[in-house]
Design a protein around this ligand. Sequence first.
Ligand SMILES: [Zn+2]
Ligand SMILES: [Zn+2]
Length: 1018
Amino acid sequence: MGDFVHLHVHSNYSILDAISSIDSLVTEAAQQKYSALALTDHGNMHGSFEFYKAAKKAGVKPIVGVEVYCARDTVKEPRTRDNPTDHMVILARNETGYKNLLKLVTRASLEGFNYVPRVDPDMIREHREGLIGTSACLSGGINSYAIGEKFYNRSTKTYEYTDPDYAKALAYADRLKNTFEEGCFYLEIQDHSTDTDMGLNQCRMDSQKDMVTKQRIVVETAKRISKELNIPLTVSNDVHYTKQPDWNAKDTLFAVRTISKKYDPERKLTTDSDQFYLKSKAEMIDRFRDFPEAINNTVLIAEQCDLDIAVGENHIPVFDTEGQDVIKYWRNKIREGFEAKYRPGTEYRTEAVQRVKYEIEVIESMGFVSYFLMVADFISHARGIDIPVGPGRGSAAGSIVSYCLGITEICPLEHKLIFERFLNSERISLPDIDIDFCKKRVGEVYGYAQQKYGEKNVARIATFSSMWARSLIRDVGKAYDIPKEEIDSVASSIPEGAGEFRAKIEEQAEDNELIKAYASASEVWQTIIEDAKALEGAKKAVSKHAAGFVIGDDDLTKYIPLMRPVKNKPGKKKNQVEQEVSIDTTDTMMFTQYPMDDLEELGLIKMDFLALETLTIIQDCIKLIQKYENIDVTTNVTYNNLLSPAAYSLMSLGNTLGVFQCESPGLRHLLMQIRPEQFSDVVAAIALYRPGPMDAIDEATGMTMMDKYVQNRTFKRQDESFTWEVLHPEMDDILKETYGIIIYQEQIMDICRKVCGYTYNEADKFRKAVGKKIPELVAKEKKAFMKGALGQGNMAQDDADKLFGQLETFARYGFNKSHAAAYAVLTYRTAWLKQEYPIYYMSALLNASSNKSDGIDKRKYVNDCLLNNMKVYAPDINKSELTVVPQDGGIRCNLSMIRGLDNISEKIIAERKENGEHTSFVDCITRLSKVGVNKTSLEALINSGSMDSIGNRDQMAHYGWDLLQAVRKKQKREEGFASILDDDELDIPDMSSAPTLDKKVKDSMSVKYLELYSLEDK
Ligand SMILES: [Zn+2]
Ligand SMILES: [Zn+2]
């Protein structure tokens, strides 16, 4: 049998067009004994590296390519009749070609974007080394000339057709031939004619016939051009789904994408052939039996392609040390921090010296010195310009070097945090330090990264949303015109859940009774389920990763493809075909095309800058205290020893609304049970209050981890002599602070080390393997564990067995103590501020939550103030400031807390700042009119009670609008004849006869406008 290779293949990264996952394509190709396979998604390389890895693993040679959008003439002009956007397939022959492809797709997005990212022949020419081009489908440029083209005439609003033009096709083929290197351009022929009855209506049958006719013309033209210009032919199948029956799911996807009904005869986007699948060699060879040479050319092309993408190299930028030796510089930095944090004679100094030396050695040998310096630099830069930074997050808090460099704020020795939980020297992978910044100003730190490392070397990370069971059933059901109620009931019977807990259609079809019932009763539902299965996991959209970005040592396009994200043009929401998109220019950073997981393997360092509102609240609170009390509590909050009993008493009372991580009723209840007295109690509470430990039952006692902890702690406090049993004496010390309960991953590591003689690296490996619940892994670890426990640990078989069982459970639920401890610092800080400076803290909290529109948080916090006997004054037109502020021993709400006031409050305050307080009703209305208050906002101002200090609310409510109109009239007259009529009188209505409103009615009105419970009217 002859050979053939697929060189034109789309995965589901051809978003909302092709539906195959890369995995299914590669698996199918391997199964069919294909020696090589290409991936050529539309205009992007999102899947290139994933495909490269998967194919290599499956023993299929990966050929990385793209079906680019090519401006027929130039990207300098937008898409027009004379410069339309064509398809063209480009494949990388080698590493040079791959790098050129990276440049091309990046430039297509950055320079060539017009509806889609475009390249043009000149741009390709600049990067042509190592590339092979083929003329693509019916949408290719040469083919368009050959078959005649359809244009939309904007002025007449009709479609127009041009005649087939062989001469133009020939000339363009010549241009493209010369665009690529000698002998590197091919004419591609396709044949998607089908004999199967696809159940199409007449209209679609016609369009199928039309496509087949056109493909035949292309074949004939290609034969002619090939002879005249000596361009070789090649064959492709333009694969859009893996197996033939999937054609229907792809067609359904088009219905979903255009928000139309599957069987609508007028539907615009349809699939009219079932032949776009990964055909076998025999099928391809048979279909193109008249073109043995073209078939053979696919094999020759594949043989020319040989790509090795460099993995495992390290592209971390070298940190600029201003001429100093990097190692010297970094050791000095650490020394400075060390001396400030561990002064001679202090508790942890001796231990710290050892630990620092060890960590320095590991980090240096792993080559991460620059990375640490970069992180430390971002933080010190941010602090230098007064941007709040978090005390640390994740496992980085386990490193004393991080602490000395100011990356984290807690001493790992004091809190028993383990370095190996963060960096395992046996498992070379880049460290992952995430940083929290103030929510308002995190953008400035991104800006600094760009400025410091070069705009080309920094990019945000792209992420993809995909179609999963629930939404798929909805979308597909809608396309099949299933009644809404029916769709709703089925969709809501599918459990929600993300990651590994996400519901899968396959399982649902077997286990979900409702789905089973529908499927057995109706054929349509069977089809829906089949389609949904085929579409599951298909990509829906590309978006920005919330926090992640990468920094490289050079122009990133040397390593990865980049892009600018697109955004929908404003206006009415249209379906995804008609929706016009443009480049999103709100983000000045470029985006990676590769997803996050690929970047590390390619040696790029990833960082996460997270926006944490709590940091903003803390800073705002400190500023308020400074302004109103003239006290600077910065040091209390930053460098205190987490010892103030005030903070703990607040937590013990469960009075922690607005306290970081302690808002939920469940955690507040837990705090009341634990009654924290010291920092470690808070860390434990945070680690315990999560789904695992809350529900995990300890088999011996039948209690949950959480309850057991609470019980032991309570007993211990009642009776100092209370003890608990541990399986090994070494565990006494390890579990002392958590009352005999294993809460932290670090404790598991310590137990393994002390009992079995593991190194920390081994212990970290143990923890991970056992926690994953994979039977083979667990069995392997158990064998080693038992050996250590019985030998070094001197344990009895029975006890060792039990201990392993315990560790197995806790490895699953144990929490990363480094993270809990770092975050507990913020819990402590916010608790301390709330307890010691409640008015200021609640003001800051209310100001932060006033950005959110629903008002739920606001109401919740106002209630909390009232419960704590704090005075909360209603908004007052003369007393309120732009934000919530401390006033007269309480909190003064701002005008924007009044519902229906829109955005006028800023103007009202600004006017008052300039002209002083409002002295009377008439004065007030005159001035409000000038800043543009309308009827609705005036009613809101009056009925909320915010004007009570200047007049009688009954009268104001009754005559306010009349007066405003009168004032407006007068102001209009004045604008016209200012100088002549200054003595123009204002028609002030007689207000004495206003009806008096019942107090209850008035109160309910103010509640309506304030959405708050009744406040002080002062
Ligand atoms: Zn195409
Ligand atoms: Zn294609």
